[in-house]
Design a protein. Sequence first.
Length: 181
Amino acid sequence: MSKCAVFLDRDGTVIVGTPTYERVDSLDKVQLLPNTLEALKLLANLDYLIFFATNQAGLAEGLISWDEFNQINDKALQLIAPTGIQILKTYVCPHGEHDGCECRKPKPKLLLDAAREYSLDLSCSWMIGDRPSDVMTGVNADTRTILVRTGVPTVECDKATATLPSLLEAVEYISAQQPSE
C-alpha cells in the first residue's frame, strides 16, 4: 500500500529563516517559529510520513560545512522532538542557485527521491514551504501545496493549493482535508 507524506521546508517554515536570517548558518540561529510545536503535534497524529526538503545554498557558498549543517539540522530535530513527530529523513540540495544541479527546489528531485525510497504516493502528499520555489517543487512533483507566510509575509504564489499564515494553519487545513472514518 502506498503512503502519503508531508514535506516541510525547514528554514522559514519550521525554524526562523528570512527575513530574520539570510542563512541559518550557526546553532544560535536555530529557533522555532511561533506555534510550530503545536502544529507538529497535530501533524504527528495524522497518517503521513514526514520529511524535510531544504535548499542549503550556504553549503555551496562555503558559509557552513556538512558537519555544521548536520549540527544545525540535529538541533532543529531536537527542538521538535517533544511533539512526537518523526522526521524520517532530511532531503538536502547543497548547491547554489546557479549551479545547474538536478535537486535544487523548485525541481522535484528531493520529493521524487523520497517517493522512490519510501514508496510514497505523491498525489496524496503535501509540500509546505514559505517560498514560491517550495510550492513549485510540490507542483512539479504532483503534490498538493501550501504556501505559509512565515518567512516573507508578502510572498505570493497562485499555484499553491492554499496560502496560509503559518504552519499551524497549514496542518489544520490538511487535517480538515482528511476523509472522515
